[in-house]
Design a protein around this ligand. Structure first.
Ligand code: PLP
Length: 482
């Protein structure tokens, strides 16, 4: 096995230089080329957050009585968040490592709320567009998931939610906005439904929490989506997204202690001492709390308003651009800062358009059900939106001129993955390839290999993904026909 440990420690400078070289193949987020994953402003701001993080680099939020500084930073960030979300001083909650941890905690909390009421087989109702973190939570904590269908406008159908309520329901979830299409679910109606059935209702504002308030302040007409809705019992909001904090910082806030108390873990008999923990993690990174606090102070209301204005401008440019390209349309009526668009023509493969965009240097996400491309727009995109729209127009023309592009490249892979009917097999195969990629001697998974479509049936970690799926599918079909 290859050894990573040098015999003697190396000079810091040399290490830092080598680290920088590893990023050479990473997405060019500093030039606004990524449309998810990264919230970047500029180098000066990033260095500033790095310094704030560094000041609390070693501090540990595990024991809130030890580092009083961290408890204060956390409280300040939560107080700011409660203000943004129209909460009040009776709210309670914690900072977490990210949106996923916040969602997982809500699942655990409401499972235990249900247990206290004697519910032994808990269920939660999720819009089909709810973030996968909720599925993860369901799997991890043994809460059965019931998926509510969408209305024609792609937000969740409230009547469908009501039909799924049983005496085992412990939670209803709504998105503000949901990730795939950037649409805000009908939070007021869901809140009323939750109240009618005396059920908890969580609004997942992981992506919207730190931008929707500023869009509203700019006059964007949004339906009520936060604690202003009486039935909302808790909310999650990620300050490491539109709050422009360092990665590793989200908040979960409950309307009252009645719910939050079920989140707390205590083990009173451990030889290591009585142990109490409010969140999933043990050691909690002080740096992330300091950087989150620093981001609030550095931007101020004025700074966040300006960022929202630039974002709105970029979103408007993108929407107008998409409307002006024949063969493309938005999904639903997104009012926030993220959106999705799809093809309106059977001969225009949207994933092939995505491939051309990637050839042009953009990193775009693909959606399924329906097939679409995704854009999480930030203030930084304002500087590149015209170029993006121009490239998108060209990409559509290129795919129209050569529809065979739909059967090669990532278009083939994503098309295959999203349309194979055997979803359980897709899940199993993806899981095993994914796991294999974490074996220490594994080669990279290459999702982009389309040659495998005409492949020889051999599968390796590198080229096997499409190959294996195709083989499976073909073999299953053949078996059925025998
Ligand atoms: C609505 C929503 N919830 C939860 C998450 C999970 O957040 P994270 O990636 O920080 O774990 C996301 C991420 O985009 C999201 O959009």
């Amino acid at each position: 096995m290859r050894s990573i440990l040098p015999e003697k420690g190396r000079p810091y400078e040399e290490i830092l230089q080598e680290l920088a070289t590893f990023a050479s193949d990473d997405p060019h987020y500093k030039e606004g080329k990524t449309w998810s994953l990264v919230y970047y402003l500029d180098q000066e701001y990033t260095d500033f957050l790095g310094d704030a993080y560094g000041q609390y680099f070693s501090a540990n939020g595990l024991n809130p009585t030890a580092f009083k500084s961290l408890k204060r930073l956390e409280k300040d960030v939560l107080t700011y968040t409660a203000e943004l979300l129209h909460g009040n001083e009776k709210n309670c909650g914690v900072m977490t490592s990210g949106g996923t941890e916040s969602c997982l905690l809500a699942v655990k909390t409401y499972r235990d709320w249900g247990r206290a009421k004697g519910i032994k087989k808990p269920e939660m109702i999720l819009p089909v567009t709810a973030h996968v973190a909720w599925d993860k939570g369901g799997e991890y904590f043994g809460v059965k998931i019931k998926r509510a269908a969408l209305s024609a406008d792609y937000t969740v159908d409230v009547a469908a939610v009501e039909k799924l309520i049983t005496r085992n329901t412990v939670l209803i979830v709504g998105g503000a906005p949901e990730y795939p299409h950037g649409l805000i679910d009908p939070i007021e109606q869901l809140g009323a439904l939750a109240q009618k059935h005396h059920l908890p209702f969580h609004v997942d504002a992981c992506v919207g929490g730190y931008i929707l308030p500023f869009l509203e302040a700019h006059g964007v007409d949004l339906p009520l989506w936060d604690f202003r809705v009486p039935g909302v019992t808790s909310m999650s909001a990620d300050i490491h997204k539109y709050g422009f904090a360092a990665k590793g910082a989200s908040c979960i806030l409950y309307r009252s202690m009645d719910y939050f108390k079920h989140q707390i873990f205590v083990q009173q008999d451990w030889p290591g001492g009585v142990f109490a923990s409010p969140a999933l993690l043990g050691t909690r990174p002080g740096g992330a709390y300091a950087a989150a606090w620093a981001s609030i102070q550095a931007n101020g209301r004025d700074g966040y308003m300006k960022l929202a204005e630039r974002t709105l401008h970029a979103v408007k440019g993108l929407k107008t651009g998409i409307a002006g390209i024949e063969g493309l349309e938005l999904i639903g009526d997104p009012k926030a800062s993220l959106l999705s668009f799809r093809s309106t023509s059977p001969t225009l493969n949207i994933f092939a358009v995505g491939d051309v965009m990637e050839e042009k240097g953009w990193l775009v996400d693909r959606l399924q059900r329906p097939d679409a491309l995704h854009a999480m727009v930030t203030a930084s995109h304002d500087a590149v939106i015209d170029q993006y729209v121009q490239d998108l127009r060209e990409a559509v023309a290129i795919v129209r001129a050569d529809p065979s592009r739909g059967t090669t490249g990532q278009a083939a892979t994503y098309g295959m993955i999203s349309h194979i009917p055997l979803r359980g097999l897709v899940k199993k195969q993806v899981a095993s390839l994914f796991a294999a990629s974490y074996q220490l001697d594994a080669e990279e998974i290459d999702l982009t290999n389309s040659d495998a479509l005409s492949g020889d049936g051999q599968s390796s970690h590198k080229t096997g993904f499409v190959n294996t799926l195709v083989n499976w599918y073909v073999q299953r079909k053949m078996k059925k026909n025998v």
